[in-house]
Design a protein around this ligand. Structure first.
Ligand SMILES: [Cu+2]
Length: 420
């Protein structure tokens, strides 16, 4: 089924970007085929053990923070474009209210044959996330404990498993009942027909798909979404509810590790182990399916008839097109960032910048009114004062010609003026 996501124009885009790369010189925007990542076990990453395996605190307010996975693990994800692939895996299963066809096509994607909540998708959900958890664990055996699954879901703020002790935990009665059932899954095996039924019950989020009223679908969404909501940090640079970025967060791995453990116990209670051919088939299919969705997040499509005449379109975009497209176009997308590309509207590029989180630090790419708080500006000027990050302090563009002082001033003035 994964074959069906193949984009119409991916091939042409790739050829075009290869030509651009050849013309514009080096950047690290190479694409990864991904399929070898579905061959277990994955080999240990050379940085495991030598690295600082500590989660990174992302401050959001006085005493308040989110936790990012250790920097080297984040690099590992970025090198493989996994954050985006994971986001796309979910996105193509939420066609309709969340991802319309045009929007997907602009990203070189298409709707998956099995949509969220349909029979078969529950197993796929469990298998794809198992693949991710397993792969990171095998690549970073020494550091993985820093992001391991919950031993039990924290029920109270003071629970030792609470990853964010500053943040109050409150569960409603329905959620508490579901969590209690899941913690003692061995006693409730008969409540589910099979793995797929179990996966659907756990994950399906009717609120997002807007498919409420379908028999068997609970309007409050599954325990999986409740977990995401519980540990989401307001104003975090990476929302735990946004699939494009949430794999950067410790909470993502802790809750999915727990889900995976519960699933393992569910299967064990039914006499099913890892050598089950159905499981192996699903793991392979979902892994390859996810890694085929290699196109990065692209900015939104313009509304029909949107004028391309503002300050951004006439002044800023031409500069980005000149200096950034070699590495930040739809086909190359270094740092999961699309800044320019033939055929991309100014509207689309601006949408991808203004107010969007950077993938590198807890700062927006463009913070309207504040160049100093805009990661785009910092990268262009090489001003990394007060920035605490590993491997991100490289001035852009990394190779080739750079914008001159008056071109930089155009960008600064645009941001300072509210980034219209
Ligand atoms: Cu996910």
């Amino acid at each position: 089924m994964a074959r069906n996501h193949g984009p119409i124009s991916k091939h042409n885009t790739r050829i075009a970007s290869l030509l651009l790369l050849a013309a514009l010189g080096a950047c690290d925007g190479s694409s990864h085929s991904g399929h070898h990542e579905c061959q277990y076990p994955l080999s240990k990453d050379s940085r495991d053990g030598a690295m600082v395996g500590e989660p990174v605190q992302l401050a959001v307010g006085p005493g308040q923070y989110d936790l990012q996975i250790p920097a080297v693990m984040k690099d590992w994800l970025d090198e493989r474009n996994w954050a985006s692939q994971h986001g796309n895996w979910h996105r193509v299963r939420r066609c309709g209210p969340v991802a319309n066809e045009t929007d997907l096509r602009l990203r070189g994607l298409s709707c998956a044959p099995l949509q969220e909540g349909q029979a078969g998708d529950g197993y796929g959900f469990l298998a794809m996330h198992r693949h991710m958890v397993q792969a990171l664990k095998q690549s970073f055996p020494n550091s993985f404990p820093a992001i391991r699954g919950f031993s039990h879901v924290p029920l109270t703020t003071t629970d030792s498993e609470n990853p964010l002790p500053w943040k109050t935990i409150t569960w409603n009665d329905t959620q508490l009942q579901e969590l209690a059932l899941l913690e003692k899954i061995e006693d409730h095996v008969g409540a589910f027909k099979d793995d797929d039924d179990f996966g659907l019950w756990l994950q399906y989020n009717a609120l997002i798909t807007g498919m409420m009223g379908i028999p068997g679908v609970r309007p409050e969404g599954g325990a999986h979404i409740a977990l995401h909501a519980q540990f989401a940090v307001p104003n975090s640079p990476y929302s735990l509810l946004d699939n494009r970025f949430n794999t950067y967060l410790v909470s993502f791995w802790r809750l999915h590790g727990w889900i995976d453990d519960v699933w393992t116990r569910f299967r064990a209670a039914r006499g099913l182990g890892d050598d089950d051919p159905t499981l192996q088939q699903q793991m392979k299919e979902q892994c390859e399916g996810m890694h085929e969705l290699n196109d990065n997040y692209l900015p939104e499509a313009p509304p029909p008839g949107a004028p391309e005449t503002g300050e951004f379109a006439t002044k800023v975009q031409p500069i980005l097109l000149t200096y950034c497209r070699g590495c930040h176009s739809p086909g190359t997308r270094s740092a999961s960032l699309v800044l320019a590309g033939v055929g991309l509207s100014a509207y689309a590029v601006r949408q991808g910048l203004v107010g969007q989180p950077s993938h590198e630090v807890g700062m927006r790419l463009v913070e309207p009114g504040s160049p100093e708080q805009s990661w785009l500006w910092r990268k262009l000027t090489g001003d990394f004062s007060g920035i605490d990050c590993v491997g991100c302090k490289n001035r852009m563009p990394q190779a080739g010609a750079a914008p001159n002082a008056s071109e930089l001033e155009v960008i600064r003035a645009w941001i300072a003026g509210g980034a219209p």
